[in-house]
Write a protein that binds this ligand. Structure first.
Ligand code: ZN
Length: 413
């Protein structure tokens, strides 16, 4: 494979996970489109750069990832809203944000986070490439958004217009940008002298430790460690002064960055940073063997889940899915699970209802279908929201329904 690192251009040699061919995970279609039109499958392979330790997808030209019709609305998840609300309260205290302060969120989505700063009287600005979710933020929360992709060029334009942020937030965006270096280059351009920038991203260490191979999909270009992110930030004169581990998305990191010449300090956050550096070193994130051993895990998940579903099929038990997230599409496509083994899934998002999943063409219904079909088993595809979903589906216990998650390992409860 003749790919080179997206960040440092060193040649890529080590495969982390080869998940075969898969369609782009947000390409939902109608049943009639699925019955009459082909769908393109693209290689889905993650590799690690042995020079900068960036885990990344190999170069594959897939269609543009922002599809207006099926854009993800963050506010559909109540646990994610709670997370955002807690973060906003915490940062207002920590950074002493008031009516003169400005919070800029990169990939501000439907205003799920900025709404809490706005309600507290802090000035906010969203940057959001999807016009329809940005319009929702304006309409429902009165949040102004710049509809564009963030990077060096946009940051220069914003700085000329006087944008100077006391806090820059980026949640689950670093992994999604095709040119991470250009994106990070924009941050110091609009960050106030003693401002803070925080970023949350799924932690590569957790993915590798727990076998979360389904977090690999085409829209997710990079799989980040603190080790790699410190290198990238340092090259743009940003230094990381704190870090925390979060339970979101199966184990995320929140990093706190500042200008390299800023004097901000926080002893608690610095201790967290030190601990995470040590955990990564102990696992061996700077050694190629640590990545190599991950490559066998997806196959174990696949055989366990297939054996379980085939047994249900043979014994006439009913199963359906809950959720239609990107990670579910990676898993179902890698395992080759179609409607014969999983007759339908359900999703809260009206944009997905009535469509079929990319690749395997499993129909997506409203969660109401669970109450009419009364399945014996419900496969929870967004396992990161498992507790929240199991609580919502609790009444299904009345007819004896059991819940199933497939990643990191098969669990029936
Ligand atoms: Zn590299």
């Amino acid at each position: 494979m003749a790919s080179s690192c997206h960040y440092c251009q060193a040649p890529l040699k080590q495969v982390v996970a080869d998940l075969g061919l898969s369609p782009v995970s947000n390409h939902f279609r109608t049943a009639s489109e699925a019955a009459t039109q082909g769908q393109t499958f693209y290689p889905l392979t993650a590799m690690v750069c042995e020079a900068c330790w960036l885990v990344q997808l190999t170069d594959v030209t897939t269609p543009p990832h922002f599809d207006e019709n099926y854009a993800y609305f963050s506010s559909y998840s109540s646990s994610w809203l709670d997370h955002a609300k807690r973060y906003a309260a915490q940062m207002q205290t920590k950074l002493d944000l008031g009516p003169q302060s400005l919070v800029v969120e990169l990939a501000s989505n439907d205003g799920y986070l900025l709404q809490y700063f706005k309600k507290a009287g802090v000035r906010v600005l969203g940057i959001e490439p999807s016009a329809n979710v940005a319009a929702y933020a304006k309409e429902h929360h009165g949040i102004d958004c710049v509809v564009d992709f963030f990077g060096r060029t946009l940051a220069d334009k914003l700085r000329e217009q006087g944008t100077c942020a006391d806090l820059i937030v980026g949640n689950n965006v670093l992994a999604h940008v095709p040119d991470i270096s250009d994106f990070v280059a924009g941050i110091p351009r609009i960050l106030a002298k003693d401002g803070t920038a925080t970023f949350e991203f799924p932690h590569l260490l957790q993915m590798l430790k727990l076998g979360q191979f389904d977090t690999i999909y085409h829209e997710h270009f990079s799989y980040l460690s603190l080790l790699c992110i410190e290198t990238i930030f340092a090259s743009h004169k940003l230094s990381i002064y704190g870090a925390e581990e979060l339970p979101t998305h199966g184990g995320s990191l929140r990093i706190y960055a500042k200008h390299a010449n800023s004097s901000i300090e926080d002893a608690t956050l610095a201790a967290g940073l030190d601990k995470i550096r040590k955990n990564e070193a102990a696992f061996g994130l700077d050694q190629v063997q640590s990545y190599r051993s991950f490559a066998n895990l997806p196959a174990r998940c696949k055989t366990d889940l297939l054996a379980f579903l085939v047994e249900l099929h043979r014994t006439g038990k009913k199963i359906c899915g809950y959720g239609a997230p990107a990670k579910g599409n990676t898993m179902l496509n890698y395992c080759g699970i179609g409607p014969e083994l999983l007759p339908f899934t359900t999703d809260m998002s009206p944009q997905k209802q009535g469509m079929v999943l990319p690749g395997q063409n499993i129909p997506v219904y409203s969660p109401d279908a669970i109450w009419t079909e009364k399945p014996d088993y419900i496969l929870i595809l967004p396992w990161n929201l498992c507790d929240e979903i199991a609580a919502q589906l609790h009444p299904a216990r009345d007819w004896g329904a059991k819940f199933v998650v497939a990643v990191p390992e098969l669990e029936v409860f």
